[in-house]
Ligand binder design. Structure first.
Ligand code: KG4
Ligand code: ZN
Length: 329
């Protein structure tokens, strides 16, 4: 069965084409227009999706070596995300569904990220734990069985990737800041600055305090080293993730831990969780880099599996800015 996945929840326009378990195309267009604003401007994001969706879909079909009429299922992100941006993808997907007379499948973006784990050769076995770390979300989720999620903890304020982006902006680095922080951190002296590892209660995450600590440090030390700030911010931010997941692992019996979302690209994060997994004797599963960040393949994969189990969505489905994994409509 050939499924197309359309992703427009934020500033990436992405199209994926799969044939059951096989990836035929993965095309992502990142919007650089936001760089000069240091963050995503919702209206610019929506307008850019309008511009590039059609050519991107044509390009994806070309790469996949398939015609529009070969598509059996149209999968599209319906939320959570920026509503204006989501509506562009959703309207495009509905038009395709009507024109081709093919079923439509609305997909939760977070469920998409989790399904990136299904694109690996080693599949997670239920129940498994997932740490979802992106620009919009930081949560630890127990996947009890297919389509059954229990969110154990989430951020009380900023998402982890959002903190990377905000600290990068503070340091005068481009948007999105995560990759720049990682690069500068490699040259920084670990331990040169004592940023506190956040300590919210139990299984919650919090990045507001750490972000403020960086703000005060840079304000009070005008001659600061970008590399040192990046290295010590990154270490505190990632150590926080490790500490929370360690607490969760004390309470939950799982054999697999998955890392998904844009921040899971980070090599230091992979290294730290690699150590934790060895200590706990569990397998660490991380999607290929291209499926960690936003993409259409993960949406096609999640949509296809949902379709096989529950059937198609109504053509009247709407975009949603929020939709926790525990109660997907
Ligand atoms: O999953 P994603 O592409 O989009 C969302 O759903 O948010 O994640 C994007 C986030 C951004 O905040 C970006 O700065 C962060 O992932 N990111 C990184 C790295 N690469 C991307 N954070 C830390 N280190 C990286 N290498
Ligand atoms: Zn995402």
């Amino acid at each position: 069965m050939i499924a197309i996945g359309i992703e427009t929840s934020c500033d990436e326009t992405a199209i994926g084409v799969i044939d059951d378990g096989k990836v035929l195309a993965n095309i992502v267009s990142s919007q650089i227009a936001h760089t000069k604003f240091g963050g995503v401007v919702p209206e610019i994001a929506a307008r850019n999706h309008v511009k590039v969706l059609v050519p991107l879909t044509k390009a994806a079909l070309e790469v996949a070596n398939r015609k529009l009429t070969d598509i059996d299922l149209i999968c599209v992100t319906r939320g959570p995300g920026l509503v204006g941006a989501l509506l562009v993808g959703l309207s495009f997907a509905k038009s395709l569904a009507i024109a081709l007379n093919k079923p439509l499948m609305g997909v939760n973006h977070l469920e998409g990220h989790i399904h990136a784990l299904q694109l690996r050769s080693e599949l997670p076995s239920y129940p498994y734990l997932v740490l979802l770390v992106s620009g919009g979300h930081t949560e630890v989720v127990l996947v009890e069985q297919a389509f059954s999620y229990h969110t154990i903890g989430r951020t009380l304020d900023d998402a982890c990737g959002e903190a990377f982006d905000k600290v990068a902006k503070l340091l005068g680095l481009p948007y999105p800041g995560g990759p720049y922080i990682e690069k500068h951190a490699r040259e920084g002296r670990q331990g040169a600055i004592a940023f506190p590892v956040p300590q919210p209660k139990r299984f919650s995450f919090s990045y507001a305090g750490l972000k403020t600590a960086v703000l005060y440090y840079t304000r009070d030390n005008p001659g600061y080293s970008v590399n040192d700030v990046a290295a010590n911010f990154q270490e505190a931010a990632l150590e926080h993730l490790v500490q929370v997941v360690t607490r969760v692992l004390h309470k939950t019996r799982v054999r697999h831990l998955g890392l998904v979302g844009g921040v899971s690209v980070n090599k230091r994060l992979r290294e730290k969780f690699g150590i934790l997994a060895t200590q706990k004797n569990i397998a660490l599963l991380i999607p290929e880099m291209q499926y960690c960040t936003d993409n259409g393949v993960m949406i096609a994969r999640a949509g296809l599996e949902r379709f096989k189990k529950f059937g198609p969505s109504e053509l009247s489905i709407d975009a949603v800015s929020r939709e926790p994994l525990d109660n997907i409509a």
